[in-house]
Ligand binder design. Structure first.
Ligand code: ADE
Length: 250
């Protein structure tokens, strides 16, 4: 999967993404991250990319021409036109589901704004999709773009060592992840929950689901409600009948 990042601060993005798991994924050519400096596409002699907003108001706006031309240059270098994601607090909220959707793409163009944002005409002409990483305002789209690259990359097959770990993550099944423990069995007088040492996988799974449900209910009640609507609890009697039926000889 190839990420193409349009930014005024290419070194910030490149430096921030070239360590640990993503660096290994790049070495293995599972992903690539190319940065493109929007300033390289200006047509004025001072390489100016911003100007005052029409109608007044504080702050400067990134002008349409360099943004559009930078984006077109990338599009023309690709075998087919890629989706363009503009990072903005005004966008759709970025979720694990959205990350999974974007991970299906071969190429993705991420557009980072600065100052008061980008001239709306460029965004319309580009056909950009608007994406927000949360209800707060950052100084630019670079950190949000890096977050999108990270969350999407780890869903690309081969990027994580253990394929199943992306599935058991928080949100993988609509719930927060259960608590995890490693050695030693007792640390500062605190014991690892005995069920995890039992070797009984069915019991471990049941305990983990219960913990995920408890944790989600407490910390993210709205996610819990949604999960319960999508997974209504099966009545005890029904469950017994189902189990008995499964054991009946055919
Ligand atoms: N740019 C500034 N703030 C942002 C946010 N919350 N999400 C995406 N892009 C942004």
């Amino acid at each position: 999967m190839q990420f193409h990042i349009l930014t005024l601060f290419p070194e910030m993005v490149a430096d921030g993404l070239c360590t640990s798991i993503l660096a290994r994924a790049m070495e293995k050519k599972l992903i690539s991250v190319e940065t493109h400096n929007i300033r390289d596409y200006t047509e004025n002699k001072h390489n100016k990319v911003d100007d005052y907003t029409y109608g007044g108001g504080a702050g400067m706006l990134m002008q349409a021409q360099p943004v559009y031309d930078a984006c077109e240059a990338v599009q023309e270098s690709l075998p087919s036109r890629a989706r363009v994601i503009y990072l903005t607090p005004q966008g759709e909220l970025f979720t694990q589901k959205k990350a999974a959707e974007l991970a299906q793409e071969e190429n993705l163009i991420l557009l980072c704004g600065h100052y008061e944002g980008i001239d709306e005409r460029a965004l319309e002409e580009i056909g950009a999709e608007y994406l927000s990483i949360g209800d707060y305002v950052l100084t630019g789209g670079e950190l949000p773009a890096m977050i999108v690259v990270d969350a999407v990359s780890r869903l690309v097959p081969g990027v994580l060592n253990n394929e199943s770990s992306a599935q058991t993550d928080s949100f993988g099944n609509g719930l927060l992840e259960y608590p995890q423990y490693s050695r030693p069995e007792i640390w500062r007088g605190r014991q690892v929950p005995p069920v995890l040492l039992s070797g009984d996988h069915a019991k471990v799974d049941a305990w983990r689901l219960e913990q995920s449900l408890l944790r989600t209910k407490e910390r993210r009640p709205e996610l819990y409600e949604q999960y319960m609507q999508e997974h209504p609890p099966v009545e005890k009697n029904k469950r017994r009948r189902r189990a008995a039926k499964a054991e009946e000889p055919v």
